[in-house]
Ligand binder design. Structure first.
Ligand code: ZN
Length: 427
């Protein structure tokens, strides 16, 4: 037992019971200590100091060569090049490239776990797999389903969202649908699509118990513009997708508060020179960001390059749109209520329509690096870290900066994930 633990126990024993009555406890971040009739939740491990030396640190606002990051009690306490007077129990790590933990705003499932199940087990599978691939935070995403089923999923998911998880942490829920255009449904079930309705949105918002952070809808559907305006009062992100919106309607949606486009280029008409449409409006506007599924299947790398010239790195966000088949062998899987067959990593429903992806964030980062001819890796890292965190209004995530959460990923020369820390804990 560390000196710190002893000190903490001594205080507890003076306050609540006689010396010698305290049962032994495991050293962990939190531990229940039974004291006679009382049970208290006491933080017992207060010293957690580690330092990471890396050849390159991408904050990603800055790029430090041969720098170090010091972490104490789950927070970043120093970033720079000075030699520090470190506490003796400090753990030391070294590596090639340190980046902030990546944040995935659009992920239905991975490693056999499907967010729509709304179970601890599903979230646990996702959490572990995400961390292994360099993501430290995510929005579990639920697609269009019957109204009562969506209510059930949102309720169930909201109840397990704050559970202790082994890896990446959910930051809230992304509801993709059901207020989408049936003509651009993709793999969503047509019979579950609903007309935009403030009343039904409020029902979903209540079911999610305040944990809904993002809604994807089609702005051209009757009542959608009003819903965008109202939903932005409650949500960090209202995103345009599964849509046939023309240019004028897309601009109105951006003016109403839509701040993201869901998997741009997918489930919307392509760019046309006489009718720029939703894609043209998003490429042209500085007031909206765009998600990109960088798996090389959903969007051609040339289109990703064109997109990055218009939007990146400040308004472009890497997402996976992964389903439970990601990080798993090919075969039959599910996303929500949809049966999916996966062959060579490509996910399709029974009609052969693309149904999510098997992409992981580290693979997406590597693809963007290969495709964008970018010498400046920090611009690409921004698309997976600070940009999604900023959309969620989080200043303590997605960046390596003093007082931010110590969510960090160490990459090797090939951008492979070597280590992941969440709140300073190696996972
Ligand atoms: Zn979609």
């Amino acid at each position: 037992m560390s000196e710190c633990l002893r000190r903490r126990f001594a205080i507890v024993s003076r306050d609540l019971t006689r010396p010698g009555e305290i049962p032994p406890v495991e050293a962990s971040a939190y531990s229940f200590i039974n004291l006679g009739k009382r049970t208290i939740l006491e933080e017992v491990s207060t010293v957690n100091s580690l330092v990471i030396y890396a050849k390159q640190i991408l904050t990603p606002e800055d790029d430090w060569e041969d720098g170090l990051v010091h972490i104490q009690n789950g927070k970043i306490s120093y970033v720079g090049k000075q030699s520090l007077d470190l506490p003796p129990e400090t753990k030391v790590y070294t590596g090639h490239c340190l980046i902030p933990g990546m944040v995935d705003l659009h992920i239905n499932g991975t490693a056999g776990g499907d967010a729509a199940e709304g179970t601890h087990q599903a979230l646990e599978k996702m959490s572990r797999s995400l961390a292994a691939h360099g993501a430290t935070a995510f929005l579990p995403t639920i697609i269009t389903d019957h109204e009562e089923e969506l209510v059930r999923s949102l309720q169930a998911l909201s109840e397990v969202l704050d559970d202790q998880l082994p890896g990446a942490r959910p930051l809230g829920i992304h509801l993709e649908g059901p207020f989408i255009n049936p003509a651009q449904k993709g793999a969503h079930r047509a019979d579950c699509i609903q007309a935009p309705s403030l009343e039904i949105f409020q029902k979903y918002f209540k079911a999610a118990n305040g944990k809904l952070r993002m809604l994807t809808l089609a702005p051209e559907m009757k009542g959608a513009l009003e819903l965008i305006h109202e939903a932005r009062k409650e949500l960090s992100i209202v995103s345009l997708g599964h849509s046939n919106a023309d240019y004028r309607c897309a601009v109105e949606a951006i003016e109403a508060g839509a701040n993201l486009a869901t998997h741009i280029f997918n489930a919307m008409p392509g760019l046309h020179h006489r009718e720029p449409g939703l894609v043209g409006a998003v490429l042209d506007s500085e007031d909206i960001s765009a998600e990109i599924i960088a798996d090389g299947i959903h969007v051609h790398p040339v289109m990703v390059r064109l997109l990055a010239r218009c939007k990146g790195p400040d308004k472009l966000v890497l997402v996976t749109d992964a389903i439970s088949a990601a990080d798993m062998p090919d075969g039959r899987h599910r996303v929500g209520n949809v049966e999916v067959t996966v062959e060579e990593g490509v996910c399709r429903n029974q009609e052969g329509v693309l149904a999510g992806s098997s992409l992981t964030m580290d693979r997406g980062l590597k693809n963007l690096y290969d495709w964008l001819n970018e010498d400046d890796l920090k611009r690409i890292v921004a698309m997976a870290t600070i940009q999604p965190a900023a959309l969620l209004g989080l200043e303590n995530k997605g960046r390596i900066k003093k007082d931010c959460d110590a969510d960090l990923v160490l990459l090797d020369e090939d951008l492979q994930v070597r280590k992941t820390w969440i709140a300073g804990e190696l996972v």
